[in-house]
Design a protein around this ligand. Structure first.
Ligand SMILES: *[C@@H]1O[C@H](CO)[C@@H](O)[C@H](O)[C@H]1NC(C)=O
Length: 181
């Protein structure tokens, strides 16, 4: 019995890990990191998307002409490229969203940023299940729990798997565990 439960738990974990991390091409398509036809279209895409802790953002762009800067909110608003939090210029960039809250990205080409090549990605808190109604312009509180800052990333990641999807996975995992024994 104990080994059955253990096996089920392993399956649940495998399912959770397998289904959890998602790659999001920024802008919705692999070539969307460029001056958009509508200045706010990258943020429109971000508002429609659902980002969870552990997911990745991916970009493809011509490294000779463009780059991706992760910046503060202030630098985002001003298209200030002078001191980014992180700079990516390899042409293919992947950034893992390690915690909840807002991430700000701008084009390293300042003129492109000023024409709307910039995006705010809001990663949902572990227990936060709000829909796309949030305004990304407002700094979201990372989590309602006061000690959330101390939360280990692994805990946050496990919590992020909560909800209907992982509930289904738990049932599937346990059923599979029992069927296979
Ligand atoms: C850009 O950011 C840097 C560092 O935060 C700051 O010193 C500089 O004044 C800013 N430039 C503009 C034009 O806001």
């Amino acid at each position: 019995m104990a080994s059955r439960i253990f096996f089920s738990l392993c399956l649940v974990l495998a399912f959770a890990l397998f289904t959890e991390a998602k790659d999001h091409p920024v802008g919705g398509t692999s070539d969307a990191w460029k001056v958009p036809s509508q200045p706010d279209s990258l943020n429109k895409w971000a508002e429609r998307s659902r980002f969870q802790v552990g997911d990745n953002l991916v970009w493809k762009y011509d490294s000779k002409k463009d780059s991706v800067l992760q910046v503060t909110r202030e630098a985002y608003l001003n298209c200030n490229t002078s001191s980014p939090i992180a700079e990516h210029k390899e042409g293919e960039t992947k950034v893992q969203l390690e915690k909840s809250g807002a991430y700000y990205f701008i084009s390293g080409t300042q003129a492109n940023c000023q024409k709307g090549e910039k995006v705010i990605v809001v990663v949902m808190g572990a227990r936060s299940r709000r829909s796309g109604a949030d305004s990304p312009a407002l700094a979201p509180s990372p989590s309602p729990s006061p000690n959330s800052e101390a939360e280990a990333p692994t805990v946050a990641r496990t919590n992020a798997a909560s909800g209907l999807k992982s509930g289904v996975m738990v049932v599937v995992g346990i059923l599979a565990g029992f069927l296979m024994m």
